[in-house]
Design a protein around this ligand. Structure first.
Ligand SMILES: Nc1nc2c(ncn2[C@@H]2O[C@H](COP(=O)(O)OP(=O)(O)OP(=O)(O)O)[C@@H](O)[C@H]2O)c(=O)[nH]1
Ligand SMILES: [Mg+2]
Length: 444
């Protein structure tokens, strides 16, 4: 989200967070600590964000390129039907409208074993050493978020020792370059081809329960086999976060449009990768994989963090709120949620969205201070805390409405209802009617 139109919202956010950090001293220790962690979340997810990066290990035809396409939901990588398609040893940048993914295809690593060597005519003459050296050079350029081992489900029983050794070498190279070992995920492609072959995993409701059950039992079995094999290597065991059987099958016509979509369980794979990914890679991963559950999870995390920061600003001494307008944080929340949904909106559109919810934004920038002073006037002493709670509830309500509108595609009217209900639920009881307070005085 770092470029173009929404850049302004992020710049505002960066400024706001920096200001809030300066003001941490005004807060009691416990509150400051909580706030530091929420600020860290917003920084990681929005300001430090970058494309996710994965290392792919897998033999020719295992389905690596198909998996990449399956993740994006359209054609970004060439899929081979006859000959080997993917060159080895460099980071590929796959970009679609939704975002960018960095992939390092390491094919050639396994050529220690003779039958596999025949699979890599392009690597002829190059030794296994050369292959690992070139991969190590690439790994120095970029730290991967995960190592993804792609295996054809029907091959899981075959000799994959050379592949496992390849993964160990990749892990070693990452450790030397970046001083950490990333998670390892096993992916079994071609699960759709298990018996009964005609039973469609991607259309479970239309299939006989028994047949489906049988097919899923083979998937389970294969997952268990691969997991045991990965964990049989001491150097890998503790980094293996799971194995998922999938179907990555997508067929494209000549124009690159999806002709058949037989993907299955890709969401589960995405969920696993997401759970173990640093915050910086999560935004774009969620945006490009378009997994609803993950989008919602991320939007909620952003909402909670933004609400906490807004509440803290509201509770700080008055002059702080002057330099850190709560509305700018709420605008960046709306822009971010729209972005996660695959949209690209400007600050202005976010302000309009807020205005149509009934959030007093136009005047809000001006009146906000007045409103806060008003609360303080009505509740002398308790005022600061109450205005913090109001800011918190209001921000949660904005997040809920933005999720409804951008993620679930609900109408603006419905989003407004959600905003109003959510704000009501989370707000402290309405203050008793008080005699109209005198308008806030200008500070001298
Ligand atoms: N039925 C089915 N076919 C798949 C699946 N995944 C990949 N394929 C097919 O398997 C073949 C090889 O897939 P690729 O994605 O090109 O494999 P790759 O690992 O990128 O191969 P190289 O680039 O040559 O190393 C293609 O014909 C794909 O359509 C799957 O889950 N199910
Ligand atoms: Mg390929």
């Amino acid at each position: 989200m770092a470029e173009n139109d929404d850049g302004n919202a992020l710049r505002d956010l960066a400024k706001a967070l920096a200001k809030v950090e300066e003001m941490l001293q005004f807060l009691p220790d416990g509150a400051a600590k909580n706030l530091v962690s929420k600020i860290g979340t917003l920084r990681g997810l929005l300001l430090e964000q970058r494309p996710p990066a994965f290392v792919l290990v897998g033999r020719r035809g295992a389905g690596k390129s198909s998996l990449v396409n399956a993740l994006f939901g359209h054609k970004v990588a060439n899929v081979g039907h006859v000959r080997g398609q993917t060159g080895r040893g460099t980071w590929y940048e796959h970009t679609a409208e939704a975002g960018t993914l960095h992939l390092l295809d390491t094919r050639g690593l396994q050529e220690g074993s003779a039958p596999v060597e025949a699979d890599y005519p392009d690597a002829k003459g190059a030794s296994h050493r050369d292959a690992i050296t070139s991969v190590a050079v690439e790994l120095k350029k970029r730290a991967p978020d995960a190592v993804v081992f792609v295996v054809r489900a029907q091959d899981v029983d075959s000799a994959i020792d050379a592949d496992l050794t390849g993964i160990e070498e990749v892990m070693g190279a990452i450790e030397r370059a970046h001083k950490f070992r990333p998670p390892i995920v096993g992916v079994l492609t071609h699960c759709d081809l298990f018996e009964p072959k005609r039973t469609r995993l991607h259309l479970p409701k239309e299939e006989a329960e028994e047949a489906l059950h049988e097919k899923l039992s083979y998937v389970n079995e294969a997952e268990g086999v691969l997991e045991r094999k990965l964990k049989s290597r001491g150097l890998l065991a503790q980094h293996v976060i799971g194995v998922r059987g999938v179907s990555a099958y997508l067929s494209f016509d000549k124009n690159g449009n999806v002709r058949d979509d037989e993907r299955w369980n890709i969401d589960a794979l995405c969920t696993l990768l997401y759970a173990h990914m640093p915050n910086a890679g999560r935004g774009m991963f969620v945006r490009l994989s378009q997994v609803r559950g993950l989008q919602d999870d991320l939007a909620q995390t952003l909402t909670q963090a933004t609400a906490a920061v807004c509440a803290a600003i509201a509770a700080m001494p008055i002059p702080v709120a002057d330099v850190v307008p709560i509305t700018s944080l709420q605008v960046s929340l709306v822009v971010s949620i729209a972005w996660i949904a695959g949209r690209r909106i400007e600050k202005k559109a976010a302000l309009e969205m807020l205005a149509s919810l009934g959030v007093n934004v136009g005047a809000g920038f001006l009146l906000r201070e007045g409103a806060r002073a008003l609360v303080k006037y009505v509740f002398p002493g308790g005022g600061a805390a109450i205005s913090g709670a109001v800011a918190f509830a209001g921000t949660l309500a904005i997040g809920a409405a933005a999720r409804a509108y951008y993620l679930r595609g609900e109408s603006l009217e419905r989003a407004k209802e959600i905003y109003e209900n959510s704000e009501k639920e989370a707000s402290p009881p309405a203050p008793p009617p008080a005699s109209p307070p005198s308008p806030p005085k200008e500070e001298p």
